[in-house]
Design a protein. Structure first.
Length: 163
């Protein structure tokens, strides 16, 4: 195999960072008394870097968490913003869902992870409680890992959200 050698592939988000985001997200959820959460952290290429599911989560929560994170990455905006912008455009939402093979969940809980330069290096998706509560936990988890979330703060009334 002359001329061939193994090289490291650069990552936008390290496994250590992704684990820290997951751990911080779950800790925030427990502290706030949220229902059991599922957390998926994707890198900027929408590759799953880390995934955790608390006991008691429904079986589809993982797919929802990945879909929230993938929606944020795919559109380049948080999934809360996607919901707000597309609420009166169901045909467009359906088209995006079809184009993304169903990896498009346009509700809060998909939060972009930004580096120091403000570039998206990944996203976290959370599912398990009301969407605004999921988003709260994601934002807290990103901050606890020393990274910046977009959106930077949860919705004003996140604590009042219900399923």
């Amino acid at each position: 195999m002359s001329g061939y050698f193994l090289v490291d592939v650069a990552s936008t988000l390290t496994l250590e960072q992704a684990r820290a985001v997951c751990d911080g997200t779950l800790a925030a959820g427990r502290e706030a008394g949220l229902l059991p959460l599922t957390v998926a952290v994707l890198d900027s290429g929408a590759n799953l870097v880390h995934f955790q599911r608390e006991d008691g989560c429904g079986t589809v929560r993982g797919d929802i968490a990945i879909g929230k994170a993938a929606a944020a990455l795919g559109m380049g905006i948080p999934s809360r913003t996607i919901r707000d912008r597309l609420k009166d455009r169901p045909a467009f939402q359906s088209a995006i869902a079809a184009a993304s093979d169903g990896r498009f969940i346009p509700v809060p809980g998909g939060v972009l992870i930004l580096n120091a330069a403000g570039q998206a290096v990944g996203a976290v998706g959370v599912s398990g409680d009301a969407s605004d509560r999921d988003e709260f936990a994601a934002i807290a988890g990103i901050k606890s890992a020393g990274l910046s979330p977009n959106p930077p703060e949860p919705a004003d009334n996140w604590q009042d959200a219900s399923l």
